[in-house]
Design a protein around this ligand. Structure first.
Ligand code: SAH
Length: 471
């Protein structure tokens, strides 16, 4: 099974940087169900094509963790080695993981640059035919070409198969193309090689959060992606809808501030967390606020709804998140008086940054667990020594609570990008150390429903600059 990606944006061999695979080499990767090979049939300045070839071992598939549902012969004799399916998505995430996530150590600018790209999927089972191809890809801005394969060329009377060769063309980033393919390839096939559990909702939302909420076929895509699990589908659709927040206009800023409007429905854990942070910031009397690692702007939105906060700055390392925040907060359409209160800036919490000094308070919500442990010391200095706001409100998951989530396999973390998750004791030790080293006083609050044995799902540390500190 073959997937090719080409570009003619010069120098076209930049594709090699984007995919993190050198155009001069043929590389092979062992996967649980066989092997994946990456090679470049053409790699010149004017045109470059990368191929991802899957060599699926049907026996390995049966022996592997895969939950291949079928009769005994079907287990061994099936189309899996020859078609693009959920196996292709696994290969994309394992072989092109950095490209998929839009990471690049040396060429960060390139990752964000849209370029003319063509993807060819050799054989794609499309249950729903050409109209479905168009319904799924065209709203995303692709030009779609497809050719339908007969069941057997020798016997035209047998009619058409479900197999298509598909060519997709769009000017976009490699990361976005891979995210679209990752989600949509298995959706056409509508048949997964493994058990679909809770973590699939997370995988779908991380790959699709920037584009699925607005897609006219989001329901069908979500249903097919989370095959056979209506409860997961409901959950994913609810979370997608939650991401689509209504515009903030001057008049509903007042509404938002009025808790009763939102209190009618149950608050999600993340909403509770954000409410708790806003309460602490209000109580601290802060006016000028930083939201560090602001992501897609959920806290920013709440901060905007409170008149007390006169200057609000959101910072994140991810340009994509900042773009989503900009769009969700409708910053373009905000009345001028509101627009002046808020700024989004691009930066990293592990590098000294003058723009962060002089604030009353900083919220750092579910961010530190995304930092490599060896970067924590740099983070501490950036926040507590250099930016040095009077109040810092920081939340992070409480690992002890993970046992309460039945769907979370033992020993795994809540999110693929978490570098660690702390117990309450670990978090308190770290926080007490930081407070002592940088002249703060810290106290702790649980966030979310509290269990007697394992505590609450999230934990919050509130750091206040000590009165003896004259810096
Ligand atoms: N605070 C937001 C987002 C949490 S997700 C919320 O609660 O909804 C973690 C965020 O931290 C992501 O947006 C990620 O891009 C950001 N992040 C990770 N490392 C960072 C760094 N070094 N500097 C700034 N932001 C970072």
């Amino acid at each position: 099974m073959l997937l090719t990606i080409s570009t003619d944006r010069q120098p076209a061999t930049d594709l090699g940087y984007l995919l993190h695979k050198h155009p001069d080499r043929c590389q092979t990767f062992d996967l649980s169900f066989g092997q994946a090979h990456v090679f470049y049939p053409e790699a010149t300045d004017v045109c470059c094509t990368a191929c991802l070839l899957l060599d699926v071992d049907p026996v390995g598939l049966v022996r592997g963790k895969g939950d291949w549902q079928g009769g005994s012969a079907d287990q061994y004799v099936n189309d899996r080695p020859y078609v693009a399916s959920s196996l292709m998505s696994v290969a994309i995430s394992q072989v092109f993981g950095s490209a998929l996530a839009g990471r690049s150590k040396d060429r960060a600018d390139l990752v964000e640059t849209p370029m003319p790209l063509t993807a060819k999927i050799d054989v794609l089972p499309v249950r729903g035919g050409e109209p479905l191809l168009k319904r799924f890809f065209e709203p995303l801005g692709y030009e779609v070409e497809s050719s339908h394969h007969p069941l057997d060329e020798q016997f035209p009377e047998w009619g058409e198969s479900v197999y298509y060769s598909v060519t997709l063309t769009k000017t976009t980033t490699v990361s976005e193309l891979l995210r679209h393919l990752y989600v949509l390839i298995p959706v056409f096939d509508h048949r997964k090689h493994y058990y679909v559990g809770q973590d699939e909702v997370e995988k779908l939302l991380t790959k699709a959060q920037t584009w699925l909420a607005d897609h006219p076929e989001r329901e069908l895509i979500t249903r097919r992606y989370l095959t056979k699990s209506p409860s997961l589908v409901r959950q994913a659709l609810a979370r997608l809808a939650e991401e689509e927040t209504p515009p903030i206009e001057e008049e509903n800023i007042a509404d938002l501030a009025n808790e009763s409007v939102v209190a009618k429905r149950e608050r999600s854990l993340h909403e509770q967390r954000i409410d708790a942070v806003v309460d602490v910031l209000k109580e601290a009397g802060a006016k000028r606020i930083l939201d560090l690692g602001c992501g897609e702007g959920k806290l920013l939105r709440q901060l905007l709804s409170e008149k007390q906060f006169t200057e609000i700055v959101g910072m994140d390392v991810s340009i994509r998140s900042l773009e989503i925040a900009h769009r969700r907060l409708r910053l373009d359409r905000l009345p001028e008086r509101q627009r002046e209160r808020i700024r989004l800036i691009h930066g990293s919490l592990t590098y000294r940054d003058e723009r962060l000094t002089g604030f009353d308070a900083a919220g750092i919500v579910e961010v530190i667990e995304h930092l490599d442990p060896q970067r924590l010391a740099a983070f501490e200095r950036v926040v507590f020594e250099q930016a040095r706001p009077t109040t810092v409100v920081l939340t992070t998951p409480n690992r002890e609570f993970n046992v309460m989530w039945e769907s979370l396999p033992a020993g795994t973390m809540r999110h693929g990008d978490h570098r660690f998750e702390w117990t309450r004791e670990e978090f308190e030790n770290w926080s007490n150390g930081v407070a002592a080293r940088f002249g703060y006083i810290v106290r702790f609050l649980p966030v979310g429903p509290e269990d007697a044995a394992v505590g609450s799902p999230s934990q919050m540390g509130i750091f206040e600059r000590s009165h003896y500190d004259n810096v």
